[in-house]
Design a protein. Sequence first.
Lengths: 445, 44
Amino acid sequence: MQRLLMHSPVAVAMGWIGAYLFITLLPLLILLIYPVTVGRGFWIDFSVALGFIALAMMSLQFALTARINRIEASYGIDILLQFHRFTSMVAFVMVLVHPAILFIVQPQTLQLLNFPIAPWRARMAVLSTLAFIALVVTTIWRKPLKIPYEPWRASHSVLSVLAVGLGFGHALGVSNYLSLFWIALLWSAIVLAALWLIVYVRLVKPWLMIRKPYVVESVNPERGDVWTLALRPIGHDGFRFQPGQFAWITLNITPFSMREHPFSMASSGEHPERLEFGIKAVGDFTSRIKDYQPGTKAYLDGPYGVFSSDRYEDAAGFVLIAGGIGITPIMSILVTAAERGDDRPFLLIYASKSWEEITYREALEELKQRLDLTLVHVLRNPPSNWQGETGYVDQELLDRYIPSRRGTRQYFICAAPKMMDQVEQALQDLDVPITNVHMEHYNLA
Amino acid sequence: MRYNLMLQVVGLITLILLGTAALFAWMQNRPVSETQLTTERVDN
């Protein structure tokens, strides 16, 4: 799979999209094996089909967000989450259009909105739609509504279970098509699979994490308001990871609380017995990192991510582009390469606010002795005697440093979203093959 | 840019889903010819 992804990511994407369409449309396809019943009119059946498709899409969201390694290993969690957001919006519009068509074609069905006298199947539809509306509103406008991440995540799970559960209850109650054996069987399988994923994510996975605890070994300050959190496994060997990957950390509370946060490992992939994470103090949780004492219990879910040089063993070299705390996974790539005695050329273009705020500045200088590493610092507020690069990582700057044979390198970008978009566009304008460009979005919320 | 690509992919998926929903609705309501009805009656 990994080799196929390297050589033909488009083929793998087509495979996944085909599987997604097949599962989403399966309920409709199965209905076609039954003889045609008395026609209820094109628009009524179109509305029903939209309802079925929306329910299948909503059920599939549980698979997209369950961190299933087989799916995640193809494109990475950030891409999956973006797909989850886009397809959720499509399902949401379908959920709204589904009754709207009914109300237009059969205006008497508007009475089903009269909640106290409406049958249960209609009440469940209304409640499911309200849960879905609450889901979308609290997600899109989470920050303006000032909903903290952790309560939002908990409510997101509850609301999504309500939306799908009540939607399924509504379809069962209407029972036009769900009275057919194979359709009832298929929907039961889909809903049971979604329920299993919830049980797996909420109960099984935390239980597995509890069996492999870690302890905080140290919390050390770095330049740029960053803290290096070092964890040591207790009673097990830790986990091996590919440099550049990340894990979800739960600190000082039970994993069943689901209050976990994703961070990239900054240490060598060759040392599972000591995992280091670079954490910038910017939010509620990250600002408290410095207060955790050695000995604090920790739990990890990982490793995850496809942002790793290990996936491109036959690359002639690497171009690494980091902005601010985006250096963390790239540091792991460099440290691991140094430890393995990797003799390929590495070019690191690293944008920081100022000379004093360059995270891992000294460690990177040391790595130059152990690796074929070209280090280009780009400062936004340089000191008066600065001779190096300033401003932003733009096309002109990249053109001066990246090799003229663009396709001989693999390009890794980790920075704030705006910088990543600009760098990606600049690389494309410089004729870097799109399949050679890899990005890590560190804001998954 | 890759998010724009994905937006296009999701747009294409949506079109396929809507097209299949319309095809399904049409098939459930397609006009059945007298010959077909006779054949079905004989089969039954």
